[in-house]
Design a protein around this ligand. Structure first.
Ligand SMILES: [Zn+2]
Ligand SMILES: [Zn+2]
Length: 345
């Protein structure tokens, strides 16, 4: 089968031919119907594999959807041909976090060498995907796999971050979204669906600010050195009650803490190598900063339910598997509006 692989440090992903995978005991083989391309792949590829612990070559793709193609020995409860989405942050399934469905926070995954598809295990950017356990699959129901596959990360990750801030987002409050790309443009819709907060979106690109407005941002602000002052002005000097930084690079983490108001909740979600500065005088009184990661399986089910209700719609650009390197190229250049989705079959 064809697969999109990160083969060598310092190079772009390429399309190669690899053996068709066979499901072992307990595993499920999916015929991939859609796979999302995520900016965090560049964060992974920008470090030498010795640092990330990745074994190369690696088939990329941590957002996957497919139809059940083959069941490994002992797997029950799935029907061949059934359309499913893949819950990506695989865990051990038995620790106290996994028992709560929070496999994204599995306490033993690192020790056991369990890694998500596309971030250690072979990913979804291929014609077939091997899934380690049926519990990682969520039925898609009537949802279109191409439009909904980004919800497994670009939907779930902001959903999890936003859920933790909802008590702050009362009527009259403000939420700031930094970065209106793949995750950010979904975050704006989730905030509008889940809270009465006023949403202010920040980005460096005018196209992305246009998209932010289209999907529901009340205000848009160019993300530059004057962004903090502009957000303060828009909030009567008070700052925001919740801040979501989907870039996480040094300039945006400074903006994130800079726009935070008293008792604000600041979530640094993007993995751009930045760090928030917290200490008396460097951030508003009693503001909290957290660094969430992905989301729980139950939250993925909730996000898919929101999509079914029409409350969230991902803007997608579609590519064939042979065009996957082009999708990465465009993403790298900041040219993808919304999410790039590969349709391999
Ligand atoms: Zn991602
Ligand atoms: Zn676990």
């Amino acid at each position: 089968m064809k697969a999109v692989q990160y083969r060598e440090f310092g190079t772009f992903p390429e399309v190669v031919e690899v053996p068709d995978p066979e499901p072992g005991p307990g595993q499920v083989l999916l015929k991939v119907t859609a796979a999302g391309v995520c900016h965090s792949d560049f964060a992974v590829m920008s470090h030498p594999p010795e640092e990330t612990g990745l074994k190369l070559p690696l088939t990329l793709g941590h957002e996957g959807a497919g139809t059940v193609a083959k069941l490994g020995a002992g797997v029950t409860g799935l029907v061949l041909g059934e359309p499913v989405a893949v819950y990506g942050p695989w865990g051990c399934g038995t620790c106290t976090m996994c028992a709560q469905g929070k496999e994204n926070y599995c306490l033993r995954a690192a020790a056991l060498g369990i890694r998500p598809p596309g971030l250690g295990a072979p990913g979804a950017l291929a014609e077939y995907l091997l899934v380690d356990a049926p519990r990682h699959l969520v039925p898609l129901g009537g949802l279109d796999p191409v439009r909904s596959v980004p919800l497994t990360d670009a939907g779930l990750t902001p959903y999890h971050a936003i859920k933790g801030a909802l008590p702050r987002l009362v009527p009259g409050s403000t939420a700031v979204v930094i970065g209106a790309g793949g995750l950010g443009h979904v975050a704006i819709q989730l905030l509008r669906a889940l809270s009465p907060a006023r949403v202010i979106a920040l980005d460096v690109s005018d196209e992305k600010l246009d998209l932010a407005r289209t999907v529901g941002a009340h205000e848009v602000v160019t993300s530059d050195a004057s962004a903090v002052a502009r957000v303060r002005e828009l909030t009567g000097g008070l700052g925001a009650q919740a801040v979501f930084d989907f870039v996480g690079a040094p300039p945006t983490t400074a903006t994130a803490t800079g726009v935070a108001g008293v008792e604000a909740d600041v979530a640094i979600v993007g993995i751009g190598g930045g760090a928030a500065s917290v200490g008396f005088g460097s951030i508003a009184y009693d503001a909290s900063v957290r660094a969430p990661y992905w989301g729980s399986r139950a939250e993925l089910i909730e996000v898919l339910d929101l999509a079914r209700a029409g409350s969230v719609d991902v803007h997608v650009e579609t590519y064939s598997i042979d065009e996957a390197p082009l999708a990465y190229q465009r993403l790298h250049e900041g040219k993808v509006n919304g999410r790039a989705v590969i349709v391999p079959n």
